[in-house]
Design a protein around this ligand. Structure first.
Ligand SMILES: Nc1ncnc2c1ncn2[C@@H]1O[C@H](COP(=O)(O)OP(=O)(O)OP(=O)(O)O)[C@@H](O)[C@H]1O
Length: 233
């Protein structure tokens, strides 16, 4: 049996908005296996980012179960959730979120330092260099983000997301700011890394062509999640 990295069962998310309670995610059930790349497409406001937030432990499900890396997130306090994030999860954003005053290497090293503060500095630099090499940016280690193209900045973002060796990478519109060709090669790189490192990926995208390249596709629609290829959790 394939090892499951994330298992969501009958999960609902309701959020307060003023006087109202919004039913954002409705009875969501799915799982992601070790090393599997799963995409989620869906219209704006359908709940894709909210789903990612719940998986990252940044938003607490109102009901149902969310198990990530074998740990039931519902039972954890904030510190314990942060531990799961550090040890298990990587996040890749649309807007890269690089620190402008830090070089590519420093941006990647910082993520590792925050996650594993007891690692020696030499080890941190070595692993950050290795992550940058994996995304083909060894030549750009000492460049500030402003001296890098959009595609290169996203590759630094990817190096930063994988430097902690996450079991699950959550990618929210990671190619949204890139032109079509750069987006395609960024996704190629991401999927290649996922397969080489046996890292599961949840890829949120508006781009159907990119979504189709995942092992499995899902669609969000008004807070409900549907599998597109007939496979289910
Ligand atoms: N903190 C919040 N409080 C209240 N409502 C929220 C909150 N976060 C998200 N929502 C609402 O939840 C719904 C789903 O939002 P979400 O950002 O998950 O959608 P999305 O599919 O990722 O959209 P997009 O593709 O535009 O990023 C939206 O109606 C949004 O307004």
């Amino acid at each position: 049996m394939t090892e499951s990295i994330a298992q969501i069962r009958d999960m609902d998310l309701r959020l307060k908005s003023g006087e109202n309670v919004l039913h954002i995610l409705k009875s969501i059930t799915f799982s992601i296996a070790r090393g599997e790349v799963v995409s989620a497409v869906g219209p704006s406001g359908s709940g894709k980012t909210s789903l990612l937030m719940v998986l990252a432990g940044l938003e607490k499900a109102t009901s149902g179960t969310v198990v990530v890396g074998g740990t039931d997130l519902g039972a954890l306090n904030e510190d314990q959730l942060a531990d799961v994030r550090r040890g298990t999860i990587g996040i890749l954003f649309q807007n890269f979120h690089l620190i402008p005053s830090m070089t590519a290497l420093e941006n990647v090293a910082l993520a590792l330092e925050i996650a594993f503060s007891d690692l020696p500095l030499s080890e941190i630099r070595m692993r950050a260099r290795q992550a940058l090499a994996e995304v083909g940016l060894s030549e750009r280690e000492d460049h500030l983000p402003s001296a890098l193209s959009g595609g290169e900045q996203q590759r630094v973002g990817l190096a930063r997301a994988i430097v902690t060796r996450p079991k699950l990478l959550l990618a929210d519109e990671p190619t949204g700011n890139l032109d079509q060709q750069t987006a395609a090669s960024a996704i190629e790189l991401l999927f290649g890394l996922a397969k080489r490192n046996t890292m599961a990926v949840l890829l949120i995208t508006h781009d159907d062509a990119l979504a189709r390249r995942a092992d499995r596709q899902m669609r969000m629609d008004r807070g409900e999640l549907h599998e597109l290829d007939g496979t289910s959790a």
